[in-house]
Write a protein that binds this ligand. Structure first.
Ligand code: LLP
Length: 404
């Protein structure tokens, strides 16, 4: 249990039905403050990528710090508006926006629709004309940069389905003036997720500057450039000190972007803002001796956290009911799929039926990607702030009471 920061709450946690997600609101707030400080210092603006986690307490904390939101569906746009984010801080990317989703965004007059194809631009222009709006649009360019991350979360290579391909730009430029109901506001990039090599961002900043220059020379003077998200986190070290180095991240852009005066720089961080603050808590159902292995069978599985099954992702896993670390297990879930495995040959405490197991760094792309496969119930969320455990309702109530 050496990594578990909430051991004083053990008895309370042990009484909750498992599996459940536990969010550390103090750690989240510290993380958001660090990100904000490093961005503000340079005049950069952060849209939180809501797809990473859309729980209300997290969104409230993010809104209160003045971040905007990055959305990838009409429902995400509606959720951001419902949560009180100002429309002029909301952007909307996605290669397959439906007519209804485009209309939702246009009616709300959001900051930017990030357009991923000429075909999409034609439809946005047509719909905007029909409903009497001018669409705020940014062009999402696929810069053909290798993010050096898992291939399933790479988005900035020519072979990926995202963004406008570089080879199409001359044809695009020829047509841009023809769109009467569109105002071209900026350029947008996002090359992948869980990027740990800052050189990727250096390459991106330099390429984005060149591309902006290319458009500038053709008469397109954009107001902003959006560098996307993708900043990775450490999955091996869940301690409170493991807040991502936002300062180093933004410094790369400060040193490598070369833009005309007055152009605003935006980002869309998801994982780096929320991953560390979430822990999935599960219970040991059985310790099963196989022929060659011991299996630790948990009541949480790939329906609660799909990242290990989908991306072979590693999440530090620990028995928080016991101290010493002594035994090797394959830690698996109960789902009828062989990929329902959190890790092979993990060393944990000698474990027993009923022990609690923590799976760390699951605040991003954890609960949001859960499913009801095998007709399972979805894991609920609980929150810790200043050593007190809350349900979502009680937590929101407590922070509202504090404000009064
Ligand atoms: N902007 C766009 C256009 C995106 O598609 C994404 C993530 C982000 C920003 C935020 O990226 P982040 O800062 O969180 O890396 N489910 C995968 C990650 C998929 C990311 C999808 N797009 C995982 O669990 O690793």
């Amino acid at each position: 249990m050496k990594n578990f920061p909430h051991i004083s709450l053990f008895e309370e946690l042990n009484a909750i039905e498992t599996p459940f997600y536990l969010y550390d609101m103090n750690l989240l707030n510290r993380t958001l403050n660090k990100a904000k400080e490093a961005a503000d210092k340079r005049g950069y603006f952060i849209h939180y990528a809501l797809k990473a986690n859309n729980n209300n307490p997290l969104l409230i904390a993010i809104r209160e710090r003045g971040f905007g939101v990055d959305c990838v569906s009409g429902n995400e746009v509606s959720k951001a508006l419902e949560m009180g984010f100002s429309p002029d801080t909301i952007d909307f990317a996605g290669i397959g926006k439906t007519d209804e989703e485009i209309e939702t965004a246009l009616n709300a007059e959001i900051f930017s629709l990030n357009v991923e194809s000429i075909e999409e631009l034609e439809v946005i222009d047509e719909i905007a004309g029909k409903i009497g709006k001018i669409a705020n649009v940014s062009l999402r360019i696929n810069p053909n940069i290798d993010a050096h991350t898992h291939k399933n979360i790479t988005t900035g290579l020519s072979e990926n389905k995202f963004g406008l391909d570089l080879t199409m730009l001359p044809k695009l430029v020829d047509r841009l003036h023809a769109f009467k109901n569109v105002e071209l506001k900026g350029l947008h990039f996002h090359v992948g997720s869980q990027i740990l090599d800052l050189n990727v961002f250096k390459e991106l900043a330099q390429k984005a500057s060149q591309l902006n220059h290319y458009f500038y020379n053709q008469g397109f003077k954009f107001k902003h450039i959006n560098m996307g998200g993708g900043l990775g986190v450490s999955y091996k070290n869940p301690s409170n000190e493991s807040i991502v180095d936002f300062e180093a991240f933004f410094k790369v852009f400060e040193e490598n972007l070369s833009l005309p005066q007055g152009m605003k720089v935006h980002f869309e961080l998801g994982r780096a803002l929320v991953a560390q603050s979430g822990i999935l808590i599960t219970k040991v159902v059985f310790v099963k001796k196989g022929l060659t292995k011991k299996f630790l069978i948990l009541d949480g599985g790939m329906t609660d956290l799909i990242r290990p099954a989908l991306y072979q992702a590693f999440h530090l896993t620990e028995n928080i009911s016991r101290e010493e670390v002594s035994e090797t297990y394959d830690v698996v879930g109960p789902i009828c799929e062989s990929t329902d495995c959190f890790g092979e040959n993990l060393v944990l405490s000698t474990s027993y039926r009923g022990d609690l197991v923590a799976i760390y760094t699951t605040g991003a792309y954890g609960q949001v990607m859960s499913s009801k496969y095998n007709m399972r119930d979805k894991a609920k969320a609980y929150y810790v702030a200043n050593g007190i455990l809350y349900t979502e309702k009680d937590y929101v109530h407590a922070i509202n009471a504090e404000k009064e």
